[in-house]
Design a protein. Structure first.
Length: 242
């Protein structure tokens, strides 16, 4: 834990990470693996994060561990990356600045979706940066169950669409959104669309912020109902979310 927050900044290229250096155990009744609090403390559940990580280091450099054990290690590391990604922020901002905005269901859906997509796709780089393959041989090729299945298809499709409109790879879009707080994600996406269109030639410079604000507002409604999608049918969930 002493190095993982620095690895999150190195791998992502973010300006900084808002973590205050404090860790807390997640209350069992919350049924979550981790939480990035608004005061910049991180909570991790003992059964799915703290215990697997302690076991991983206690069994350091043990080869041929069973797939279930390696999966528990990988999922614990992914949770660590996920919560740290929530805390990534641009210069002059902090994770906690987005507390009010996060109450908006569209903001919450994009924040959780982008954070999970990013932490899933960049996990191997995070593992490499921390040298965890040496600690837990086989962790890089282990499976890891996805989280937030109702949000990730929407976030992935959103990144692909913004990429097409702005001439960027979807992974680059995900990265650009991951390194700003929840309140700024739609704004960054709107800026990418605006700046890579013909609008700068048509709109006076002083009207740029208002024009971007209108694009940002137009993006949000499609995300507002993502959390309400039926989660009992995976195929239907993925289709409707996307």
């Amino acid at each position: 834990m002493a190095e993982q927050h620095r690895a999150a900044v190195r791998v992502s290229g973010a300006h900084h990470l808002s973590w205050n250096g404090r860790l807390a155990g997640a209350a069992p009744e919350r049924k979550v693996k981790g939480v990035a609090r608004w005061d910049h403390t991180i909570e991790y559940a003992d059964d799915t994060v703290n215990t697997p990580l302690k076991d991983m280091f206690a069994n350091a450099r043990v080869y041929n561990q069973d797939p279930e054990t390696l999966q528990s290690y990988r999922e614990a590391v992914k949770t660590v990356l996920h919560e740290n990604t929530h805390l990534l922020a641009a210069e002059g901002s902090e994770h906690g600045d987005a507390e009010q905005a996060f109450r908006n269901p569209s903001v919450r859906a994009l924040e959780e979706g982008i954070t999970e997509v990013y932490s899933h796709t960049e996990l191997d780089q995070h593992i490499d940066d921390l040298g965890l393959e040496d600690i837990a041989p086989g962790i890089s090729s282990a499976d890891a169950k996805p989280s937030y299945k109702q949000f990730t298809p929407a976030a992935g499709r959103f990144a692909e669409t913004i990429g097409r409109r702005s001439g960027l790879e979807s992974g680059d879009v995900v990265n650009r959104l991951a390194v700003v707080n929840a309140e700024q994600k739609f704004r960054v996406a709107a800026e990418l669309v605006y700046d890579n269109s013909n609008l700068p030639e048509l709109v006076p410079d002083q009207e740029r912020p208002a024009a971007i604000g209108r694009i940002e507002a137009a993006m949000k409604p499609a995300f507002a109902d993502v959390d309400a999608i039926d989660k009992t049918d995976d195929r239907k969930l993925r289709r409707e979310s996307a």
